[in-house]
Ligand binder design. Structure first.
Ligand SMILES: Nc1ncnc2c1ncn2[C@@H]1O[C@H](COP(=O)(O)OP(=O)(O)OP(=O)(O)O)[C@@H](O)[C@H]1O
Length: 312
């Protein structure tokens, strides 16, 4: 067994009647890493996270969590915390009382100080307010605080950025990054590719219950993959002409960009892109914006799950 792995799944399947929610999933989650889980609706993300939380057991395959084979009993494995389908909270209790109730359930000895976790997720000011009046984002943060209370070595989160405003999101990202830096494994699902790219070192892409990619985000980089790019310059006409003359640059006509638009959209590999930028600079054309229309992760997601690329 690889002791650096927080999770090792081999051939894990899970069925709901005729529905194959997970189909022979292999997954390695390393300690000290934040791992993103993406996939279209119904791909099996929540089902997989539920297995890690002990909410269900695999119908086929083997699953090791923090070095222990997942048994048949439906209990959260020791050292694992998190939630799927939103955190379970008592609405009539305050944030602090919710955490105290959870700490009492855990025996109180192995938990982190309540004030510390409230501070960590930025809920100190509303610690004594009833959860009934909390927004979705505040509930998400309290759910995270509840998970942190148990000092998890594996944190499992389903759409943790749901309902968070930009400041709340930054807060949560900071918490997760610190947790991973301290050696915990974090796995989270999200439909927000920008969140995953900002946070995760590794991703797994699921499609209809199967793993279609799993590995470092860097492996999905633009190096070996043609992407669509948007280019805005000080001289759109000159830029268009230079792009047409540069080998490997293909204009994308059906992208919604009009001929007279200031923005040029084209498809290219990175070396052709480098060449075009060099030619623009040499011709005295200033590059004001050059960016992929969709990020490398989103492009891979769309390609691997066979979804249509939206027009820019
Ligand atoms: N309790 C259940 N009973 C029957 N079918 C289920 C159950 N839970 C999940 N499924 C089915 O299993 C498949 C995977 O569902 P799951 O919720 O894991 O997907 P998901 O990737 O989390 O989707 P979403 O992005 O919409 O949350 C779907 O076809 C779903 O309908």
């Amino acid at each position: 067994m690889d002791t650096n792995l927080a999770v090792r799944a081999r051939g894990v399947s899970r069925f709901f009647g005729d529905v194959v929610a997970l189909d022979a999933v292999d997954l390695d989650l390393a300690q000290g890493q934040i791992h993103g889980l993406v996939g279209p609706n119904g791909a099996g993300k929540t089902t997989l996270l539920g297995l890690l939380l002990g909410l269900a057991t695999p119908d086929e395959g083997t699953l090791e969590i923090l070095g222990t084979p997942a048994g048949r009993a439906l209990t959260a494995p020791d050292g694992v915390a998190g939630f799927v389908d939103g955190p379970g909270l008592y609405p009539s209790l305050t944030a602090r009382q919710n955490l105290a109730a959870l700490a009492a359930l855990r025996g109180g000895t192995r938990t982190a100080p309540i004030d510390d976790v409230l501070h960590e997720v930025g809920l100190t000011d509303v610690a004594d307010d009833r959860v009934r009046g909390f927004s979705l984002g505040m509930r998400q943060r309290l759910g995270l605080a509840a998970a942190l209370l148990t000092r998890p070595r594996l944190l499992v989160l389903d759409e943790p950025s749901n309902g968070l405003d930009p400041a709340g999101k930054r807060h949560v990202h900071g918490v997760l990054t610190r947790l991973a830096a301290d050696g915990a494994a974090v796995v989270l699902s999200s439909h927000r590719m920008d969140d995953l790219e900002a946070l995760c070192s590794e991703v797994t892409i699921l499609a209809t219950g199967r793993v279609v990619f799993s590995g470092p985000l860097a492996k999905l980089s633009a190096e070996n993959r043609e992407l669509d790019y948007r280019l805005r310059t000080s001289d759109p006409a000159a830029a268009r002409k230079l792009a047409e003359e540069t080998p490997g640059i293909r204009p994308v006509e059906d992208s919604g960009a009009r001929r007279d638009s200031e923005v040029l959209v084209f498809r290219a590999l990175v070396p052709a892109l480098d060449e075009l930028v060099t030619r623009l600079v040499r011709a005295g054309v200033a590059v004001r914006e050059l960016a992929p229309v969709v990020s490398p992760l989103e492009a891979a997601f769309l390609a691997l799950t066979e979804q249509e690329v939206p027009a820019p």
